[in-house]
Write a protein that binds this ligand. Structure first.
Ligand SMILES: *[C@@H]1O[C@H](CO)[C@@H](O)[C@H](O)[C@H]1NC(C)=O
Ligand SMILES: *[C@@H]1O[C@H](CO)[C@@H](O)[C@H](O)[C@H]1NC(C)=O
Ligand SMILES: *[C@@H]1O[C@H](CO)[C@@H](O)[C@H](O)[C@H]1NC(C)=O
Ligand SMILES: *[C@@H]1O[C@H](CO)[C@@H](O)[C@H](O)[C@H]1NC(C)=O
Ligand SMILES: *[C@@H]1O[C@H](CO)[C@@H](O)[C@H](O)[C@H]1NC(C)=O
Length: 648
């Protein structure tokens, strides 16, 4: 911002400056050395290897001019030696960030810039080929940014000579091969290393422990295997360690506790086994810890309660066992707990009530049991509470939950019975999932008071009533799942509910396995609430009537399931207008007539089933691979993949 204001106010000054500059060329005063011939040659060699420069980044690199004065992105020392070459793809041009491109390869000639300190050719998107071995000659280099290109080949072993290199970013390329051990043994000045988003294989070399000045190490998104070297614990200055999305095996070394400066630890999406070492308490600076999607076993060490700065603790999708340590209650800085899909047992410790900054508590998909501690009522900053799929046998939702200020309450399969508690009506909950419980009774009229609801999931319960008219007030509701209940009555109230533009247009509706009645009239599909729906599932309801043409107007519809709905009449050809459809399931109805070719040839179609109807005629030729069984039990259908039609 400051720069742009400056630029606007000083355009005339800048013009004057350039005028003077051009004068200075012609008279060539002492102290303004001309570009050294070797350096100019090296830069021109690079320009020569660029096959396309659509953003004109090298336009000013003209052989007859002084590279130190007039070549954009080049700067020299007082002796006319090139020290910086920076032509990154992201350039800020006063008010805008400009995205620029360059096609070509990295010329080995750049290795001749023996005074070079900074080389930034990042984000040019289309630089290809390998990094020349000659770059190892750049012994004065402190910064090398070649990230976000399409470089291939491996990391040159000659990099071991870059003893002054402080920041090396090669991320987001297609670099393959091992991380050369010798390189990391020698890059002793390195403070930041980015190798993420490449195709590196092999293990992380133990020599990484030599890089004692490292503050940032990011190798996520490669194909690294082997275990974490114990030497990693020597990196006392390390603040960011991201090794996620690799294939790292073995266990977390005890030495990790030595990383006393570490703020961020991401080891998620690997194959790490063993237990979390109790030395983890050494990570006294840690704020963000993500070790999810691994194969960790054993129980959480009580020492985990000694992380005085921790904010996010993400351990989901592992095989952790044992009780949740009460010491977690000491972590007053915690804002998020994600422990879903492990094998934790026992009760939730009352000490969790001390986590006054907690915003998310996700303990879903574990084996937790016993009463919820009433101390949790103290979690006044909690926004998301997910205790789903635990054998908690809650019987009813504890009343104190009404005193929290939740946005998301997710208690699927927690043993809740009886009717919906009335206090829900005065909450500002936007996601309510009480699915897979033993709830019974009516959907009460006061549901219409829950005007913040964006997702309502009451599926797999025993509700039996029609949908009250007050349901129309759910102006923000986008996802509705009522499947597998005993709901009855018409669909109109649901489909024509009000919206709160641009919110509240349905994204998904699943009303399957109830006793709703139809017909699905043309007009109820043409309401604002329905106009951007992506998934409509009405199977296993006695709807009757025919398939409305208006379905073809649902331009974002991907999934349509109308199985066993007692539907009759034809499959409307208009259904072929809903071009996003991937799934059409119409089996077990009484549909007659032919299958329209337009429907069967929908571009995105992957799943199609019209079995057990009364369709006839030749199955239209189609590209999608649909099994013969999808057409079975229609006495009049013939042609591939069914047997050929008989000539009549
Ligand atoms: C070269 O780049 C470095 C780091 O960006 C900078 O500090 C230095 O001033 C630049 N040197 C010249 C001569 O522009
Ligand atoms: C630059 O490279 C990109 C990606 O390989 C390619 O799509 C584009 O056509 C190239 N442009 C030129 C001018 O060669
Ligand atoms: C480096 O410079 C020398 C001397 O000018 C020259 O002979 C050589 O070809 C250059 N190397 C490359 C790779 O351009
Ligand atoms: C509702 O809950 C069921 C069972 O817990 C689950 O399978 C389904 O995906 C949920 N639906 C939505 C829309 O979240
Ligand atoms: C629902 O809202 C209406 C209108 O604001 C109010 O009269 C009624 O008492 C509310 N019902 C419940 C159960 O909160």
């Amino acid at each position: 911002m400051e720069t742009s204001v400056h630029d606007h106010n000083n355009i005339s000054f800048i013009l004057l400056f350039f005028f003077l500059l051009s004068l200075s060329f012609s008279i060539s005063p002492p102290g303004c050395e001309a570009c050294h011939a070797v350096d100019k040659q090296a830069l021109l060699g690079f320009k020569l290897s660029i096959t396309a420069d659509p953003s004109k980044l090298l336009e000013s690199w003209i052989p007859s001019t002084n590279c130190c004065n007039s070549w954009k992105g080049v700067s020299c020392n007082s002796a006319g030696r090139v020290v910086n070459v920076t032509r990154p793809g992201f350039a800020s041009d006063s008010d805008f960030i400009v995205d620029t491109f360059m096609n070509g390869t990295l010329s080995p000639s750049l290795g001749n810039l023996s005074f070079l300190q900074v080389l930034d050719l990042s984000n040019l998107k289309n630089l290809k080929g390998s990094i020349p071995l000659e770059f190892g000659k750049l012994s004065r280099l402190t910064v090398m940014f070649l990230d976000s290109n399409q470089l291939t080949g491996s990391i040159p072993v000659t990099f071991k000579h870059l003893s002054r290199l402080e920041r090396l970013f090669l991320n987001n390329n297609k670099i393959s091969g091992n991380i050369p051990s010798s390189v990391f043994g020698s890059l002793q000045s390195l403070t930041e290393l980015g190798l993420s988003g490449n195709r590196l294989v092999g293990s992380i070399p133990a020599t990484i422990g030599n890089l004692v000045f490292l503050t940032k190490l990011d190798i996520h998104g490669n194909i690294l295997s082997g275990s974490l070297p114990t030497t990693i614990g020597k990196l006392k200055n390390l603040k960011y360690l991201d090794l996620s999305e690799n294939q790292i095996t073995g266990s977390i070394p005890k030495s990790i506790g030595g990383l006393s400066s570490l703020l961020l630890l991401y080891l998620n999406q690997n194959q790490i086994t063993g237990s979390i070492p109790s030395s983890i308490s050494g990570l006294v600076s840690l704020q963000f810890c993500r070790i999810s999607e691994n194969k960790l076993t054993g129980s959480l060490p009580p020492s985990i309660g000694q992380l005085p700065n921790i904010q996010r603790l993400i351990l989901e999708n592992n095989k952790l066992t044992g009780k949740l340590p009460a010491t977690i209650g000491h972590l007053l800085t915690l804002t998020e707990i994600y422990f879903s899909n492990n094998r934790f047992t026992g009760k939730i410790p009352p000490s969790f009530g001390n986590l006054q900054n907690l915003q998310t508590l996700d303990l879903s998909r574990n084996r937790l049991s016993g009463e919820l501690p009433i101390q949790l009522v103290k979690l006044q900053n909690l926004q998301t509470l997910d205790l789903s799929f635990n054998p908690l046998e809650l019987i009813s939702i504890p009343k104190w939950i009404a005193k929290l200020k939740l946005f998301r309450l997710i208690l699927a399969k927690t043993g809740i019975r009886g009717s919906l508690p009335r206090w829900l009506s005065s909450t500002s909950i936007s996601t309510l999932d009480l699915s897979d419980n033993g709830l019974t009774g009516r959907l009460p009229p006061w549901i219409g008071n829950m005007t913040n609801l964006a997702l309502l999931n009451l599926s797999k319960n025993g509700f039996h009533s029609s949908i009250p008219v007050e349901f129309k007030n759910l102006r923000r509701l986008m996802d509705l799942d009522l499947h597998s209940n005993k709901f009855s009555g018409k669909l109109d109230t649901i489909f024509s509910k009000e919206t709160d533009d641009p919110l509240g247009h349905f994204n998904s509706i699943d009303l399957s396995d109830n006793t709703f009645i139809g017909p699905i009239t043309e007009s109820i599909l043409e309401t604002p609430a329905m106009n951007s729906i992506t998934s409509l599932v009405l199977s296993y309801n006695p709807l009757k009537g025919s398939i409305p043409k208006a379905l073809g107007k649902l331009s974002e519809l991907q999934v349509l399931k109308l199985v066993a709905n007692g539907l009759s009449g034809k499959i409307p050809v208009e259904l072929g207008d809903a071009t996003q459809l991937t799934t059409i399931l119409l089996s077990r109805n009484k549909l007659t007539g032919i299958i329209p070719g337009k429907v069967l040839n929908l571009e995105e179609l992957k799943e199609f089933d019209v079995s057990d109807n009364q369709l006839s005629g030749k199955i239209p030729p189609h590209k999608a691979r649909i099994p013969a069984s999808a057409f079975f039990d229609n006495p009049g259908l013939c042609g591939s993949p069914l047997p050929p039609c008989k000539r009549s």
